[in-house]
Design a protein around this ligand. Structure first.
Ligand code: HEM
Length: 402
């Protein structure tokens, strides 16, 4: 297969369902592969790392949008997107990122552990009740979606009574990451408007009466007196936290459970403690990354010996880098005890995922609890995959727990 045949195959439902043999063929071609005019695909682990850590490679930002989409400003979602950390370059990115990082502290994340455990147990109790007679439980719906959205709400400081309505809104909002046709834009815009209105009100409440939550901390940073985080920057990046943190973590939980269903010894190891939960989570991230790719814009340099022209579209295939045979021994083998770990699933460099510690914690709390309560958890029919390339995960994952 040549590069174009592989890329065509990756775009088909079968290729999206199992891209890994196609990634292996890409590795045979090279670390960095030119295709089409002005486009480069980066599949090697080292090459991806060097692109992501090189500040010369910029992310698409407001200026890109202005060039590519004349009507962007009429869409509320894009008015938010142009302030999202993901779509900012230095110096604006560095300023907003360091302010947000100041509130997103290791202490705050670690402090969420008891709440995450309690939320996981509540969901597990409900699953146990419904599945006690052998009824089929839909894991994505009953656990994998509910845990991350509840945890992010807890982190941000969204009261429990309001959380239920966040799930569908957040789902609609994430459509902006894989906008295939403009028909989905009205729903995405509507979600963006509603979330922004909610956060505006929440911020006003926390400004009046601060609490121990992320919104109050962000307000303290933005109200520091020198106007460093504007109201719009703050509110827009709150919607980013929902968009970036919810489905990704959902897919970590779903992809991890699928590994357990297909490799029962891994599940037994996590249950009896012989496989530390963090090591299991790390290997799930490598083996079946919830985020398969990200992209940058070239600036006129060479990566892995291949010239990348200024303005070239650079796609870094994180999911392929995680299976690079030059980096990982026997990359298609799931081995949580492998000494050569270190997945690219959270990116690298300036845009390294701000929620990585939270996502890892959720996985490390959830899997041992699920497995000790449901030692007999088993697949109940075929799961269905989301038909997406950027985010990789399941729509449904039916199981029995008794
Ligand atoms: C398993 C779960 C997750 C995965 C696989 C993941 C993956 C990623 C990746 C690959 C990037 C970098 C994108 C790039 O370089 O272009 C990123 C950035 C980001 N993530 Fe995550 N993420 C996860 C969970 C979370 C959570 C839980 C949150 C928030 C609570 C979050 C918030 C963010 C934010 C705000 C950024 C942008 C950072 C920046 O541009 O400076 N993520 N994530």
């Amino acid at each position: 297969m040549d590069t174009m045949e592989i890329l065509t195959a990756l775009g088909t439902p079968a290729g999206r369902a199992d891209p890994y043999p196609l990634y292996a063929s890409l590795h045979d071609i090279g670390e960095v592969i030119e295709f089409g005019p002005g486009h480069v695909l980066v599949v090697g682990y080292d090459a991806i790392n060097s692109v992501l850590r090189d500040p010369g490679f910029r992310v698409s930002d407001k200026s890109t949008l202005e060039k590519d989409f004349a009507g962007w400003a009429a869409n509320p979602v894009f008015v938010q997107v142009v302030d999202w950390l993901l779509n900012l370059n230095a110096p604006r990115h560095s300023r907003i990122r360091s302010l947000m990082a100041r509130t997103f502290t290791a202490r705050r994340i670690a402090g969420l552990e008891p709440a995450i455990a309690a939320m996981a147990d509540e969901l597990i109790d409900a699953m146990a009740e419904r599945g006690a007679d052998g009824s089929v439980i839909e894991f994505m719906h009953d656990f994998a979606y509910l845990l991350p959205v509840t945890v992010i709400c807890e982190l941000i400081g969204i009261p429990e009574a309001d959380r239920e309505s966040f799930r569908p809104l957040t789902r609609d909002l994430t459509g902006v990451f894989e906008l295939r046709d403009l028909e989905t834009l009205p729903a995405i815009n509507a979600a963006a408007v509603e979330l922004l209105a909610y956060f505006t009100e929440l911020a006003a409440e926390r400004r009046a009466v601060p609490r121990d939550d992320l919104v109050s901390d962000l307000l303290a940073v933005s109200d520091a007196g020198d106007g460093r985080l504007t109201d719009a920057e703050l509110l827009h990046n709150l919607t980013l936290l929902l968009a970036a943190g919810f489905e990704t973590t959902t897919n970590l939980l779903g992809n991890g459970l699928q590994v357990i269903l297909q490799h029962p010894p891994a599940g037994e190891g996590v249950r009896d403690g012989s496989i530390p939960a963090p090591a299991f989570v790390e290997e799930v991230l490598r083996f079946d990354s919830p985020v398969q790719l990200t992209s940058r814009i070239g600036y006129g340099t060479t990566v892995g010996g291949v010239p990348v022209s200024p303005g070239a579209g650079v796609t870094t295939l994180l999911g392929a880098g995680n299976r690079d045979p030059r980096r990982f021994t026997d990359p298609a083998r799931f081995d949580p005890m492998r000494p050569d770990g270190g997945p690219l699933s959270f990116g690298g460099g300036a845009h390294f995922c701000i929620g990585a510690a939270l996502a890892r914690l959720e996985g490390a709390v959830a899997f041992p609890r699920l497995l000790s309560r449901f030692p007999k958890i088993a697949a109940a029919g075929e799961p269905t995959r989301m038909d997406r390339l950027l985010l990789r995960g399941f729509d449904t994952l039916p199981v029995t727990v008794a």
